[in-house]
Design a protein around this ligand. Structure first.
Ligand SMILES: *Cc1c(COP(=O)(O)O)cnc(C)c1O
Length: 223
């Protein structure tokens, strides 16, 4: 099915108060232009270089989301324009984002990425690491970042009960952080969970942001 029709069908399944990030990684600029023309404004990429290249070629009212792992030495390339970084998993990275945001005279919104899946991956915090990070953050001032919530990826599986449990876990982490550290901070409100295969479960479990690629554009060739 052509992209605009796919988009309309998926859009109808997503409540108005939930942000859909159109995941455009590996897709040529023409496909992003089609999504833009049908009204989409939130696009997500997982690689810095690709994000920077596409941003330069597309309209400036797009909100660009960095959804993949971010190395500290690449923050400077996206700091001038990135809307939300979903993948913060260390204090060092947060400090570098603050540093680069300051140079651009911006405040950059960030989500803490948690490791909630059964699958082994290098990326994402656990609760203990997040506690330590919050402790450290209480002693330093990072005025150019805005911690806005959490992100996580569930196990890639047909076992929907497992996905429910993993997303519920992320919601619990969010609730814990909110009550213990961000009770007075209305900006801490986002739960980014759910992709093509599991976004409906994400929404059922409290997602405020879903990130969808394959359902809109079809299978990616690489990546
Ligand atoms: C690729 C990717 C997505 C989108 O995945 P689809 O299954 O194509 O919808 C969402 N989140 C992250 C972090 C990704 O890397």
């Amino acid at each position: 099915m052509p992209i605009p029709q796919n988009l309309q069908i998926i859009r109808k399944t997503i409540p108005q108060n939930i942000e859909m990030v159109v995941v455009t990684k590996t897709m040529p600029v023409e496909k992003l232009q089609i999504a833009y023309a049908s009204g989409e404004r939130s696009f997500g990429e997982n690689r810095v270089q690709e994000l920077v290249q596409k941003q330069a070629l597309l309209p400036t009212d797009i909100r660009w989301h960095l959804i993949g792992h971010l190395q500290s030495n690449k923050v400077k390339f996206i700091a001038p324009f990135v809307h939300l970084i979903h993948s913060v998993d260390s204090l060092k990275l947060l400090q570098e984002i603050d540093h680069q945001a300051k140079k651009c005279n911006r405040v950059i919104s960030c989500l803490l990425q948690f490791h909630i899946a059964e699958e082994e991956t290098k990326f994402g915090l656990n609760e203990e690491e997040a506690s330590a990070m919050m402790e450290a953050l209480s002693k330093i001032h990072l005025p150019n970042i805005c911690l806005s919530g959490v992100m996580g990826m569930a196990t890639f599986t047909d076992d929907s009960e497992l996905v429910h449990r993993e997303f519920r876990h992320l919601k619990h982490i969010f609730d814990w952080l909110k009550s213990d550290y961000f009770a007075d901070n209305p900006s801490f409100k986002e739960i980014s969970m759910g992709m093509s295969g599991d976004y409906e479960i994400g929404i059922q479990e409290g997602a405020t942001i879903v990130r969808i690629g394959t359902l809109i554009f079809g299978e990616r060739l690489k990546n």
